[in-house]
Each structure stands twice: as C-alpha cells, then as structure tokens.
Write a protein that binds this ligand. Structure first.
Ligand code: FES
Length: 313
C-alpha cells in the first residue's frame, strides 16, 4: 500500500480525553488534497503487528499544508488510541495512506441532515466547513455524554444556524424520529457514531420510507477489543489466530494475505470474504440481517469469529 511519511508538527489537547495531531509532510511538500468526510489510515506497529487505524481529517480541505486528526483516549485501549496518546509526541514520524472518502457529501441533495454521536463528530467537521462556505441548507444534531468533553461544540454554536445538541448527562436525548420526519423531499441524512445510533437512524428512516440512497453512515467500530479466535484459509493452507486487540483483516495482512478494503469500518462491503465454517460475530452495518443470519460472509475489517473460522481464501 502506498503511504506518505509525515511527522507530528503539533499536538493540542482541547479537552481532557481528545488530542488533535497536526501532521506535516516529511519533505515539507503539500499533502494530497481531500474532500469533506475523508479519512486517512495511520500505520501503527503494535507489538510487532502492523495495524492501520482510520482517522477522519478535520482540518480545512482547502489547506494542503497539513493533515489534522482528532484521537479519543479510550481507557480500555491497547491499540491505536493508547499508542497515539501515550507514545506519539511532537516530532514523531508516522506513515499515512493517501486520503480516501467513503463518506462523501451528496452534491445533489437539497438539504443535508448531519447526525453525530460522540467522537463520530469528526467527519462532520470538514462537512460543516464545506456546507457553511457554500451556504448550503443543512442542520446538525450532535449527541454526547459530557459537555466538558465535546469537540468543536462551541465552534458549531457560533457558525451553524440550525445546530441542536443533546448532552446525556443533562438528560437530553436525541429523538431520531422527530429529526427525520417532515424533512423536505431530496434531503439526505448522514450519521456517524456508535453502531447503536447508526442502526437507530437506519431503522427510523426505513420506517418513515426514506429512500435508501438518501442514507449515509460511517461506523466508528474498530473491530478490536473482542475475543481471541483462530482462523484457517481453506485454499492456501494458512492458519493463524487473531488476538483480541487486532482485527481479522489486520491478522491476515500480517501474514501477507491481501484482501481488498475500503472503509475498514464495516460500511463499504469491499472486504467481504466467504466463510466455509465457523460462527461469526457480525459487527458491520453493511450486510442485511438475512445475510448475517446465513453466516456465509464475514467483513474481516470489523467482524470476528467465535473460537475458529475457516475462510474461502
Ligand atoms: S473495508 Fe469496508 S466493510 Fe470492510
């Protein structure tokens, strides 16, 4: 995979549990342009295993001098979060992929409804920059737990006319049905955050007969922090195991097995792989409920096996 070498030019900590890293090209060149909603994958070496962690770009897409990402500290993390928070300092050198966008703004939409949960707000930071700049019709809904740990909340108050926020510690809940009903024809909804929020928005939108093509989501589930399980590749006589902090996709890549991928977050379906035997713990938002029940396909970027699975590879 083609990567760019960058170094960490600056780190700021706007709130207690989030750090923002500013990445600059090692050669001080401009970095490749990106569109709102894009992310990069940072190559992270954890205990000898190469992992790729996805981070949304949050800086102005018109600024190609640097990339900025926001990383949430997860107290239970032994992966990318603790690596970035504990080991990366100003001056550290990292490898990043080129930006890619699996969560673009639909240019034909007549209105944009943005729904964010927690750190799932990050792709919307570039959305907001774009939508405000071009004075497009949009509203933003942002659910979070603690007012003191929110990212960009104050900026949103300043620049977004139709901004609604829901702080669960203050007892304010987001009512998805109220948001989606009575929207004009041609509106598109975008949701990013925990799986439960995405599933809720999808089910309400389906109930209200929203066209599927008007629903867009990006999942923030890394597929890590699961059980340890074993795998076998039927056609190539390769076997291995997946530690609890590694995804199946990463474990396969570490053995040199090339699997196509896009989002690495269970949303695009590009990494879909046939399963010959074994039970799957599905964590994606791509397969239908029926496909999940059939148990013949796994999305190895997020989903995991129980005990042992055999793949058609
Ligand atoms: S890479 Fe997109 S679903 Fe796995």
């Amino acid at each position: 995979m083609k990567t760019i070498t960058v170094y960490v030019a600056d780190i700021i900590q706007p709130v207690d549990n989030i750090k923002i890293f500013k990445l600059i090209s090692k050669n001080y060149d401009n970095l490749p342009r990106f569109s709102p909603g894009s992310n990069i994958f940072l190559k992270i070496n954890l205990d000898g295993c190469v992992n790729y962690k996805a981070y949304s770009l949050i800086n102005d897409p018109w600024d190609t001098g640097a990339y900025e990402i926001a990383v949430l500290r997860r107290d239970d993390s032994h992966g990318g979060s603790s690596f970035m928070h504990n080991l990366i300092q100003a001056g550290s050198v990292l490898e990043t992929t080129y930006p890619r966008n699996n969560f673009p703004i639909n240019k034909l939409a007549r209105k944009h409804i943005l729904i964010a949960g927690g750190i799932g707000v990050t792709p919307f930071i570039t959305y907001v920059r774009y939508l405000v700049r071009y004075q497009l019709d949009f509203e933003m809904h942002y659910a979070f737990k603690l007012m003191s740990n929110t990212l960009f909340h104050n900026q949103f108050i300043d620049i977004i006319k139709n901004y609604y926020y829901y702080c669960s510690n203050d007892g304010k809940r987001m009512m998805v049905e109220d948001i989606l009903k009575d929207q004009p024809l041609g509106a598109h909804v975008y949701v990013c955050g925990p799986k439960s929020l995405i599933e809720k928005v999808i089910s309400v939108a389906e109930y209200l007969n929203w066209p599927r093509a008007h629903l867009h989501y990006e999942l923030f589930d890394s597929g890590q922090n699961g059980n340890h399980f074993a795998f076998e590749l039927k056609n190539s006589n390769i076997a291995g195991s997946v530690p609890k902090d590694v995804t199946l996709l990463e474990a396969l890549e570490n053995l040199g097995v090339d699997i196509p991928y896009g989002c690495r977050s269970g949303a695009c379906g590009l990494c879909a792989t046939r399963v010959i035997s074994g039970d799957i713990e599905h964590r994606d938002c791509y397969l239908s409920d029926d496909e999940k029940k059939e148990g013949n396909i796994i999305l190895p970027c997020v989903s995991r096996g129980h005990d042992k699975i055999t793949l058609d590879l």
